[in-house]
Design a protein around this ligand. Structure first.
Ligand SMILES: Cc1ncc(C[n+]2csc(CCOP(=O)(O)OP(=O)(O)O)c2C)c(N)n1
Ligand SMILES: [Mg+2]
Length: 369
């Protein structure tokens, strides 16, 4: 695969078209219908969680949140084949389907974005680092984990994620460099969602693609349609086999699109057009997979309607349970920052106290509804 779709050719590896038709039979993965159906349902669940978190944020019940909307197939391709117990996952912050596959609880995700650090420890999952807001700092850690797996002769893989903007950092360069020098079993997956907040890729890099950067490190690389679940699944499988057998790391550039805002604090209409969004909407990863499943009579709109109802109930209940059981003292947030509380901090603490009081009242009214 890595020779056929060599990055120097600048080709995009695709397997299905926008209507779910197979356009590349040769590279269609070996995958059974039940795995495909489960992948679709898991992506639908992640998307529902994602959209509901944005709505909770708009209600003032959660802080800033970076949506996954539109990018679900990238990490689902890993989620559908990861060894949950033994492979490592090193997230950026838009891999919700994979966190859930690795055993993360909805409560962890909610807590994280409610500002409670306990969420970051992924209460019930093994071998997954916390999400990384400091862009690309997770990549040298991933290489270290890969080095440890290699030393211990463990035939497992590290899946390390970063965004397109993250590839313009020093951490990316250092990680890629040493990953190849040490031939560690790391699969780097760049979610190229076209923007680093409002900055398009071509204004932050002179490279034609991200996949081509692999060549400078002597590494295998491939440019994949990240909204094509089957193409991503194939690329991840081949990259994982390559890494697992000890041949070294692989860089996968997953070309995708963030359908939502950068975070709930962003307004994408300041830097992109409705026309652009409509073009990408045709490539929506869930729509494409749904066409594929419906064509084979494995799924229909009625199934979807029923499932969405159950999902929404489950998510809302988990959110209420999290809200009701959250307990941290106001001081915990401020006490460990500085030895002496400075003026700014005192002001912030006062504002935060007022906010928490408002929130408690808000919560009461939600419960009484
Ligand atoms: C080291 C660092 N510098 C700057 C920021 C501010 N920041 C937050 S997200 C972001 C853009 C990231 O873009 P990209 O890597 O493409 O990921 P995306 O948000 O598109 O998933 C920046 C610059 C940060 N979080 N960390
Ligand atoms: Mg980006």
């Amino acid at each position: 695969m890595f020779e056929v779709y060599h990055p120097v050719k600048g080709e995009l590896f695709e397997v299905i078209d926008n209507k779910g038709n197979i356009i590349n039979q040769e590279w269609f993965p070996e995958i059974d219908d039940s795995t495909v159906l489960k992948a679709y349902k898991d992506m639908l669940f992640a998307r529902t969680v994602d959209l509901m978190i944005v709505s909770y944020q708009r209600q003032g019940r959660i802080y800033t949140y970076p949506p996954n909307y539109g990018q679900e197939a990238v990490s689902q391709a890993v989620a559908s084949q990861v060894d949950v117990e033994n492979d490592w996952v090193v997230p950026a912050f838009r891999e919700l389907p994979l966190y859930l596959a690795k055993g993360a609880q909805l409560r962890d995700v909610f807590l994280m974005y409610m500002g409670d650090e306990k969420g970051a420890s992924w209460s019930e999952s093994k071998r997954m680092l916390p999400i990384s807001v400091p862009i690309a700092t997770q990549l040298p850690h991933a290489v270290g984990l890969g080095y440890a797996l290699k030393m211990d002769k463990e035939k497992h893989v590290v899946y390390a994620f970063v965004g397109d903007g993250g590839t313009s950092t020093g951490d990316f360069h250092e990680a890629m460099n040493f990953a190849q020098v040490w031939k560690v079993p790391v699969v780097f997956i760049v979610q190229n969602n076209q923007f680093a907040i409002s900055v398009p890729f071509n204004t932050q890099s002179g490279a034609d693609t991200i996949a081509v950067k692999a060549m400078g490190y002597g590494m295998k690389g491939i440019r994949v349609d990240g909204n094509d679940f089957f193409a991503m699944y194939s690329a991840v499988r081949d990259a994982s086999d390559y890494a697992r057998e000890g041949s070294g790391p692989v860089l996968i550039e997953a070309v995708t699109y963030r359908k939502g805002a950068h975070t709930t604090s962003d307004d994408p209409y300041k830097y992109r057009t409705k026309e652009e969004e409509e073009e990408w909407d045709k490539k929506d990863p869930l729509k494409r997979l749904k066409y594929y499943l419906m064509e084979r009579e494995l799924w229909n709109n009625k199934d979807e309607e029923l499932l969405l109802k159950t999902f929404k109930k489950e998510i809302d209940q988990a959110f209420l349970d999290t809200e009701n059981s959250m307990s941290y003292e106001l001081n915990e947030v401020f006490d460990h920052l500085y030895a002496d509380q400075l003026g700014d901090l005192i002001r912030q603490k006062k504002r935060y106290k007022e906010f928490m009081e408002w929130k408690a009242k808000r919560q009461e009214s939600v419960q009484n509804k």
